[in-house]
Design a protein around this ligand. Structure first.
Ligand code: SF4
Ligand code: SF4
Length: 95
């Protein structure tokens, strides 16, 4: 995401269809397939992000969101696999 990212979450709210979790080891490690680019990657979640990931409160109203997206307060969102997110997400810049 761009440095000017406001964490509005709009770029992640309809990504569920592309983010396939193929296998999980508990809540903190996930073998994933990002089908849009056919990238396979290993997602790790730790610390505060793991607490956020385990709490789906507030996500029911966003059924199409990426499974790793969570609310971060003040109408913003955070990526709970930010350091291990797929290349598509690293390269994405919104206008
Ligand atoms: S990169 Fe995504 S979360 Fe950040 S401002 Fe753009 S649309 Fe919003
Ligand atoms: S992995 Fe992170 S940045 Fe990529 S779509 Fe999911 S929540 Fe958004």
């Amino acid at each position: 995401m761009a440095d000017s990212c406001t964490q509005c979450g709009k770029c992640c709210l309809h990504m569920k269809r592309y983010m396939l979790i193929e296998r999980s080891i508990g809540d903190s490690q996930h073998f994933c397939h990002f089908t849009l680019t056919k990238e396979r990657f290993f997602a790790r979640i730790g610390g505060e992000d793991l607490v956020r990931y385990q709490n789906r409160h507030g996500m029911n109203q966003f059924p199409d969101a990426c499974p790793f997206l969570r609310p971060a307060g003040n109408e913003s969102f955070c990526c709970t696999i930010y350091s291990s997110r797929p290349e598509h997400c690293r390269r994405f810049f919104c206008a």
